[in-house]
Design a protein around this ligand. Sequence first.
Ligand code: ZN
Length: 386
Amino acid sequence: MKDRWRKIIPGILIMIVIVTTGADVYYPFPSENWWVRISRSFCWFVPTWCANWPLEPRDQYHPVLTTTGEFKEVNGSTEIEFHTGLDIYDQFPAGAAGGTPPFVLTKDAGTVTELQQSSCYEKCMVETLTPSGQRQSYSHWDPTTLSQEIRDAYANSTSLAAGTRVAQLVRWPASCDYHHLHFEVCNGASCEDPQPGLYPRESTNDLQIGNIDFKKNDAEGAARVFPGATPRVNGQVDIVVKAADQQAMIRGSNGSTFPGLTGIQAIGYDIRDTAGTVRKPMSIIDFRRVQNPIHFDPSRAAVLFQEDSSDKYCSGKHFNYVITNVLCDDPSGCRTVLDDAVDDKFSIKHSWNTKEYPNGTYTVTITVWDHASNSKSATRSVNVVN
Ligand SMILES: [Zn+2]
């Protein structure tokens, strides 16, 4: 009896530490509720209970090449949208020519509600509906390898178990090894980032912050940069930040590799005076949940993601986040340029009007977060001269 307690008590203590310290809490976002944290602490004891990646091997972490909420340009610049899923990457074991593509697996149990399996190639897609009402979709697999379980479940409206084989990943027909599963989890019109719900997770940490620019927010066509090492700014100012995360290297057609940059999960800024007093509290734009409006006006898109943002996945990509996210050319004042109806991404609260501040030197601190709660900050000073 004593011996048994000698094993159980340390186990309970470790669980309490994990639950109370929130090993998987996704700062700065609301922490998960206590039963999610308790169930995650069980994962630490028996990882196979929790392994749920929708790609073989199910119990291993897979890097992501395109995150949820990443900015995408489709058909040139006429249509702009958010990436509503995760691109889960697989390089194939022996390279694109000789490797065996892994099988796509269902993450959770559910009924098959949609199946695109003919003339679809990389757009082949299966969608399931989980008992809790989530739509989970799996795209970019080879239709010639579609499993009988999926065919039967679709034909008979029966439920599939979690971890059922769907089909083998398709060889991505691009000039680089971008073989990936597009995995999407949606509720109603909005989709959420599936990554925090996947197990095991790895705390990759390669957040990057490039240039921090201050631009005049007005209607004079191309945004003008306030020049200088410590720019003199006034009026409605746009803060434009080049930022990215990186989870994997991609192999190009000629055997070279290049960084598979992704969008960040959240970005925010605060403003302090020379005494270090916070004059504008942290204002965060969070891409964990996204919803695509029917149509983005391209002229407005420049206000979301500055020109020179790129999603060219075979030659590297980068994003210039305009974290003030409002347009101020309106005679009646500033207005949000787009409303995706989730999480205040485009709220007027993100704007910065220097007229509300006394002249002087201020420090703008930019912070970015990745899916694993890692963060990185960078600062730049400005002189407010109203
Ligand atoms: Zn995708």
